[in-house]
Design a protein around this ligand. Structure first.
Ligand code: SF4
Length: 353
């Protein structure tokens, strides 16, 4: 896109999506605020599932970076009853962040990897704990969603705001083999195709800095994932957790990680190439439990968010500036959020606070 065209494009995006003027990208908090008119937070749950890439059905050992306790706090230590996890989580979110409504987030391992009756019992248990739970978000792999599971997840869309979060990490099959994902891009495309049209929102998980990937590879991931029409995205930098195959390769000097100075412009590049209507659910990785080996950054998460926003502002740019899949004049996505909200009246406004 030529410079003058780019400037006009960014101005048009900002005119139709006011939060881009303020934040330069589309944070999930803005999406939820516009959809529900109040503060909505996720409550993370470890529901006791495993993963076909660990139990032998697809593979053993899992993805080369996988330590669930490093990215899902409830996965650390013995599993507590779902009811207790949700009660503790909602209380904490109310007291710490002033949250008013909640999304039950099944985070650890593959949360559609069981028979339908087991899944239903666990989802129902979480949703029944608190009247202020308005949503259900389920993290899983794209090879774990047979149609009968999608039918079950779809059934919750009548009363709840529902997301399926698919790990893809990269659209390049050679990278997926290197990281031992145990599925291909075609599997992800098939899952997206079968999920769409059911009232279920789709979030894709992507990692920047996977072994062997170039800048072009990562930007291609942005373009392909966006082109598949996802509603949300989680991106983070590759980090190395203790006791993983990735840690061994990192110790041998085979896998470098980004400095924060390298990651900030890269994240901005990625955001420029995805639709401005994709809600960004994560921009930076987070590790729990003292499991982080590298990179150790001197900045906090909010400081990295702010640095990415500053980088986009410095470029006079924003999310979607270089995206080919955007209808500039179309109404912003929050105005179309009309899914059942469990008693909450959605306020269709652009406030992003
Ligand atoms: S799909 Fe998730 S739970 Fe399974 S091995 Fe990979 S990172 Fe771990």
């Amino acid at each position: 896109m030529r410079m003058k065209t780019l400037e006009a494009h960014v101005n048009q995006l900002m005119a139709t999506r006011p939060w881009l003027r303020e934040r330069r990208y589309y944070p999930f908090s803005c999406f939820l605020r516009a959809a529900f008119g109040c503060k909505v937070h996720k409550v993370t749950i470890h529901a006791g599932f495993t993963c076909p890439n660990r139990d032998g059905r697809v593979g053993v050992g899992g993805c080369i970076y996988c330590v669930n306790a490093s990215f899902s706090h409830p996965a650390k230590g013995p599993m507590k009853p779902i009811r207790e996890q949700v009660a503790v989580g909602t209380r904490f979110m109310r007291e710490r962040y002033g949250a008013e409504k909640f999304i039950a987030y099944f985070q650890a391992f593959s949360n559609t990897y069981a028979d339908v009756s087991t899944l239903k019992a666990r989802y129902d248990e979480a949703l029944s704990v608190d009247k202020d739970i308005v949503g259900l978000s389920i993290g899983t792999r794209p090879d774990c969603v047979p149609d009968e599971v999608l039918d079950l997840v779809q059934s919750y869309t009548e009363r709840y705001h529902v997301w399926l979060e698919y790990g893809i990490q990269s659209v390049h099959d050679r990278t997926l083999r290197i990281i031992n994902r145990g599925h291909s891009l075609a599997t992800f495309e098939d899952a997206i195709r079968r999920t769409k049209g059911r009232g279920i929102r789709i979030c894709a998980h992507v990692i920047l800095g996977l072994p062997g990937e170039t800048w072009d590879d990562m930007m291609q991931t942005a373009e392909v994932v966006c082109g598949l029409g996802v509603d949300g995205i989680k991106i983070h930098h590759l980090y190395v957790a203790k006791d993983t195959p990735l840690a061994e390769r990192h110790a041998r000097g085979e896998v470098p990680t980004f400095t924060v100075e390298e990651y900030v412009p890269l994240a901005a590049d990625f955001l420029e190439r995805i639709s401005p209507d994709i809600a960004v659910q994560r921009l930076v990785g987070d590790t729990h439990g003292g499991l982080l080996v590298a990179p150790i950054w001197p900045k906090s998460k909010p400081e990295v968010f702010a640095a990415i926003e500053r980088e986009l502002a410095r470029r006079d740019s924003c999310q979607g500036a270089r995206c080919q899949h955007v209808e500039v004049a179309s109404a912003p996505r929050p105005a179309t959020v009309s899914a059942a909200t469990n008693g909450t009246t959605a306020r269709h406004e652009s406030a992003c606070v």
